[in-house]
Ligand binder design. Sequence first.
Ligand code: SF4
Length: 213
Amino acid sequence: MNPYTSTWSGVTPGDGPQEVHVVLLDNGRTRALADQVGRQALRCIRCSACLNVCPVYERTGGHAYGSVYPGPIGAILNPLLRGVGHDEQVDSLPYASSLCGACFEACPVRIDIPSVLVDQRAKVVDARRGHRPSGHTAEALAFKGAAVALSDARKLGFGERFTRVGLGAARRLGSLPGLSKWAGARDLPPAPPESFRAWWSRTDGGRSEGEGR
Ligand code: SF4
């Protein structure tokens, strides 16, 4: 027996309901069904096992989810049913998780909630990007630069030479309007005097340093 299934019958022939009217309410389920990753949330039988093991739900309680579906399943089902990109609270729900995976382990119908959460986060980002071309935001440009540098050892080695300059500039830029929110909550580490590669080639992989000890 689950909250969506009730069995109605009589105890003798002719007893019990003589007519049955079925009313199907969509309430965004067609939208959820169309989501290739998220549609598995429709398997939920509302057993609440994921709520009981969730460290976030344990702290926040049900009202924080703004819906009758709280906890880990609410964090994916609400965005799936209501869509993302037009409600601040709904958009925040996929982020209400440390992705510890306890919900997935507890779920009797094996809904991979952590994977859906990550997918919903991507959809929130895409929705909030609006009409701006994805490649033109400062964040997108930064990640494009990182992708170029990290895809090739020589490019990475070249970029490492500018680490000290880059970190120094980032410290100064952090005080600029727009970047202060990001930098205000993070401590940039001081740049090391030399990169790991430089240390490796200078010490022959640490051997020459070990000899000196
Ligand atoms: S554990 Fe699975 S079936 Fe139970 S409420 Fe959570 S998502 Fe639904």
